[in-house]
Ligand binder design. Structure first.
Ligand code: PGA
Length: 248
């Protein structure tokens, strides 16, 4: 089985300014980061160029969203072609805030995934159940359905990482326990085995996201099917370095 490189994404969401993000970038550029870990920072659209210009080349930059076509009359949107033009190599798609605050459908997310991949972007594709869905025992159903739509739009899985982010854990301070995370990750990998392929199931990175901190990252990172993190709040703080280095 090929080793899966540990992957840590920061999702800055709609936070920061040139001063605070500049300070964070200096911290990251000068920190001792585990060189076995792939690191990508998700910047607000207006700071993508700033982040790319200032972050060390060993750290990738991701957009937090994109549209499904290259250009045209789509006020307020940006395209993968524009990102590539600015040196941006990744995009986060299907984040729960895009799904549940902005009403993005599975179908639209799938179309965005396909278009981003056609333009050679790496995609961090997010999935996850709401609290009421977990309580109703439908976690697997929800997560598998969301993953199916993503899978329907992926030809080359080498450019995709999946991020399992239970909605109830995002920004709440309530982290999934290492056992809860492992359980869903393992089932997701099994689903990939049955519905995509053996080799993709073995090689695809499955990140956990939802209130990951410097304090809880090590135990989560020790789970066999947790291949990294997507980090919101803590990615804006110096402890992001500890999360990057969670697998020592
Ligand atoms: P959080 O956000 O770490 O602040 O919970 C995670 C995310 O939304 O990706």
């Amino acid at each position: 089985m090929p080793a899966r490189q540990f992957f840590v994404g920061g999702n800055w969401k709609m936070n920061g300014d040139k001063k605070s993000l500049g300070d964070l970038i200096t911290t990251l550029n000068t920190a001792a980061l585990n060189d076995q870990t792939e690191v990508v920072c998700g910047a607000p659209t207006i700071y993508l160029d700033f982040a790319r210009s200032n972050l060390d080349a060993r750290i990738g930059v991701a957009a937090q969203n994109c549209y499904k076509v290259a250009k045209g009359a789509f006020t307020g949107e940006i395209s993968p072609a524009m990102m590539k033009d600015c040196g941006i190599d990744w995009v986060i798609l299907g984040h729960s805030e895009r799904r549940h605050v902005f009403g993005e459908s599975d179908e639209l997310i799938g179309q965005k995934v396909a278009h981003a991949l056609e333009n050679d972007l790496g995609v961090i594709a997010c999935i996850g159940e709401k609290l009421e869905e977990r309580e109703a025992g439908t976690t697997e159903k929800v997560v598998f359905e969301q993953t199916q739509v993503i899978a329907d739009n992926v030809k080359d899985w080498s450019k995709v990482v999946l991020a399992y982010e239970p909605v109830w854990a995002i920004g709440t301070g309530v982290t999934a326990s290492p056992q809860q995370a492992q359980e869903v990750h393992e089932k997701l990998r099994q689903w990939m085995r049955e519905n995509v392929s053996e080799s993709v199931a073995d090689s695809v990175r499955i990140l956990y996201g939802g209130s990951v901190t410097g304090g809880n990252c090590k135990e989560l990172a020790s789970q066999p099917d947790v291949d990294g993190f997507l980090v919101g709040g803590a990615s804006l703080k110096p402890e992001f370095v500890d999360i990057i280095n969670a697998r020592g």
